[in-house]
Design a protein around this ligand. Structure first.
Ligand code: EPZ
Length: 431
């Protein structure tokens, strides 16, 4: 990957409408790797994580853990040993947190294990203000004293965290994960009501239970955790990335269904598979944990609403918008989770899509084809939507601001080149 340097910008260039066929391997889930790595702070024993994806966000989390005193050793491809050292610092500095909001995930474990933490307040990002008020309110209920000043969250729990009854007014994935980790070492019982049910939350709970945590109800809206004195090391394998899998399923549906998806997590994509079926793209299991997408005749328009798991994930909204932009007829997508997650609409319109936004709704009129243009990636998942658009558009597409892409998709260019895509990276001097 060409590092962004002063005075140059990096872009991805795609020649559209190439035949794409072959096998693509779905990597470990970014949104599992991040909380699972944060959980290594909860023990003074070694933890080994397998199937860790090579992503910018994962390397940011590694730098953050090293900064706090965890030694990290790469044992094999995707296999990392996390060895607790003496904590050099109990601070998650701004320069790291500003790169990745999920750094907030070290707050709960640090408080639980070291009884203090200083974490830069994550800024907003392009998809919304992304506050962390629910994380802080929950930790205060567990006895933490929290002040927020000069852009930092200062938290202390001199007597250690105490179990509490936490009812989240809004479902929050990383909020649930932060409390799950904090409660595992708190004194007494914690109940999390209106908990997030995402597979990544369940995966974190599985890892914590292997470390000795006493957790019940993960995957439902009520999780009960009985705190223990100490957690031990473990070996844990990160689950496949359901969002990457859904992204490649959309690509295959748009390019004749000649792509075999390896490690396709069927169980995490039930609702998404149903939507694909309604569109006319059936996800067919082949062999062990593999899938192909069968399309018969023309694809059909649908209405989609994003909701918390197990319903349609907001992280696949942009990718499905690209798909529906070339499906004859009218479709509608409602974004219920984030207040500003339609920035890819103007970019898709530059490629010829016919979409208009009214509040939380995007109305899509299918067009015959998209045509190549210069566009930019606006957020992590929208960047993948632009890549898909470039792969099906007539002519050449250049996508700028592609650091978003490298944050969340492991080696996506090489995976696509292996399928026959004509895709390359370039840099442009900024005069
Ligand atoms: C997680 O973000 C994911 N990130 C996001 O994926 C994903 O889009 C999101 O969940 C929703 O599924 C990780 O898991 C690392 P939330 P998170 O807290 O936890 C509001 C990607 O592309 N809220 O569930 O930050 C919030 O503003 C990323 O990989 C509060 O108001 O999302 C949002 O409207 C993008 N106060 C809603 O709740 C809080 O304290 C859901 O947010 C916390 C959240």
């Amino acid at each position: 990957m060409i590092e962004a340097r002063e005075g140059v910008i990096e872009y991805l260039e795609i020649e559209g409408q190439k035949t794409l066929e072959g096998v693509v391997e779905i990597s470990g889930a970014k949104n599992s790797a991040l909380p699972d790595m944060a959980a290594t702070l909860l023990t003074d024993e070694q933890v080994i994580l397998e199937n860790v994806p090579y992503l910018l966000d994962v390397s940011t989390m590694k730098s953050l853990l090293k900064h706090i005193g965890i030694d990290i050793l790469e044992l094999d491809r995707g296999v990392f040993a996390f060895m607790p050292g003496k904590p050099d610092s109990l601070e998650a500095p701004y320069e790291l947190v500003s790169k990745m909001r999920a750094s907030i995930l070290v707050l709960g474990p640090m408080l639980a294990r070291f009884r203090q933490a200083k974490v830069a307040l994550p800024g907003g990002c392009s998809i919304g203000t992304r506050p962390v008020d629910l994380h802080l309110q929950a930790l205060e209920k567990m006895g933490a004293k929290i002040t927020v000043e000069h852009g930092y969250i200062q938290a202390v729990a001199p007597e250690g965290l105490k179990g509490a009854y936490i009812h989240f007014p809004k479902i929050t994935v990383t909020g649930t994960e932060n409390i799950l980790m904090a409660a595992s070492l708190a004194e007494g019982e914690t109940v999390i009501k209106n908990a997030a049910r995402e597979p990544e939350v369940v995966d974190l709970a599985m890892m914590l239970k292997k470390m000795g945590a006493l957790i019940e109800g993960e995957g439902t809206d009520t999780i009960v955790i009985k705190g223990v004195k100490k957690l031990k090391g473990t070996v844990h394998r990160i689950i496949p990335d359901r969002i990457e899998a859904g992204t490649f399923a959309v690509l295959s549906a748009l390019t004749g269904g000649k792509i075999v998806l390896k490690n396709y997590p069927f169980g995490y994509l039930t609702f998404v598979n149903q939507v694909l079926e309604k569109i006319g793209a059936t996800v067919v299991p082949v062999g062990e944990n593999q899938a192909v997408i069968k399309t018969e005749g023309n694809l059909r328009p649908v209405d989609i609403e994003t909701k918390e798991y197990p319903f349609f994930p907001t992280d696949l909204q942009a990718q499905f918008m690209t798909l529906l932009s070339v499906v004859d007829g009218s479709s509608r997508i409602r974004e219920n989770i984030f207040e500003n997650r339609f920035m890819h609409v103007p970019e898709l319109k530059r490629l010829g899509a016919d979409i208009h936004v009214e509040g939380r709704d995007a109305f899509i009129k299918g067009v015959k084809k998209l045509t190549g243009a210069q566009v930019k990636a606006t957020d992590l998942r929208a960047s993948a939507a632009m890549v898909i658009a470039g792969l099906i558009a007539e002519g050449t597409t250049r996508i700028y601001d592609i650091y978003h892409l490298d944050r969340g998709y492991e080696n996506i260019d090489s995976k696509l080149r292996l399928l026959g895509a004509k895709i390359s990276r370039g840099i442009e001097e900024i005069n």
